[in-house]
Ligand binder design. Structure first.
Ligand code: NDP
Ligand code: 8X3
Length: 262
């Protein structure tokens, strides 16, 4: 990595309690970035914050136990924080797939949870932070999209739709922020071994494990490394879209998955 251009900045990471968000918290702290960590599981958030504070005692590490679907609470809590500490970096990461079923028999509650979290939650957080970023003419937003937003796969329907929407909103943000110094990147990963599939299959760990067998998936640390690269680019460089997949995967339909034996 070249010069550290982000030391001393403050980042909000949504969905910091596991996976990409957790790994990104560590990566940013290692670059001397102050953190506001957001997620619903308070015990996880506190454990992460405690570890980070011990490792990086000079950094400001704060937590916000919050659901990104709760717009009024988001506004109240984030405005209170921003009044003291402006936010320079937003990692719009909180999200999930719930279920893998056809449009014919999909669970409507799953659909609503994905739309409300992946799409509306991202909008709520962005809408709350953007006015301050614009007023300061300073900010960098990374929206976590997905390969699933580039190309739909069978039974992915609503999850794919929410991620396609995230990609569209990334383009829209860049257009609406033309003329400002604020940069927006959509990062679209392929298969990554986090808690994602455990959540998708409603806690069925055996089924989740199968998703990642027979090939080497991305790790959360790979995504965190890419996020660092994007954030640390010089101010005149705006990396707008990144597609990254495991080497063993070239599309949702092209996965080189060796036969495996239990
Ligand atoms: P994880 O399940 O490990 O992490 C998801 C995070 O989102 C958790 O921290 C969870 O925290 C948080 N979250 C979920 N719902 C809410 C909510 N309503 N309010 C606040 N936080 C919420 O999965 P990943 O790290 O893999 O997923 C991160 C993002 O990456 C997601 O948007 C996902 O769609 C996307 N993605 C994942 C890929 C993969 O293969 N893993 C590939 C491409 C994209 P908590 O439950 O504590 O609230
Ligand atoms: C997560 C990756 O392949 O389940 O966005 O769509 S995939």
């Amino acid at each position: 990595m070249n010069a550290n251009r982000i030391a001393g900045q403050t980042a909000l990471i949504t969905g910091a309690t596991s996976g990409f968000g957790w790994a990104t918290a560590w990566a940013l702290a290692n670059m001397q970035v102050n953190l506001l960590l957001l997620g619903r599981r308070s015990n996880r958030l506190e454990a992460l914050a405690t570890q980070l504070r011990a490792e990086h005692p000079t950094l400001q590490i704060e937590t916000l136990v919050m659901d990104v679907r709760d717009y009024p609470q988001l506004q109240t809590q984030l405005h209170a924080f921003m009044a003291q500490t402006p936010i320079d970096i937003l990692i719009n990461n909180a999200g999930l797939a719930a279920g893998l079923g056809s449009m014919v028999e999909g669970d409507v509650q799953d659909w609503e949870q994905m739309i409300d979290t992946n799409l509306k939650g991202l909008l709520y957080v962005s809408r709350t932070l953007l006015p301050q970023m614009q007023a300061r003419n300073r900010g960098h937003i990374i929206n976590i999209g997905s390969m699933a937003g580039n190309q739909t796969y069978p039974n992915g329907n609503v999850y794919c739709a929410t991620k396609a929407a995230v990609h569209v909103l990334g383009q829209a943000m860049n257009m609406d922020l033309l003329g400002s110094a604020i940069r927006v990147c959509t990062l679209a990963p392929g298969a990554a071994n986090t808690e994602f599939s455990t959540v998708r299959f409603h806690g069925d760990q055996a089924r989740a494990n199968q998703v990642y067998q027979g090939f080497e998936p991305l790790l959360a640390e790979d995504i965190a490394e890419m996020i660092l690269y994007v954030l640390n680019a010089p101010p005149h460089v705006n990396i707008q879209k990144i597609d990254m997949m495991p080497t063993a995967q070239r599309s949702p339909y092209h996965l080189h998955q060796n036969a495996f034996v239990d």
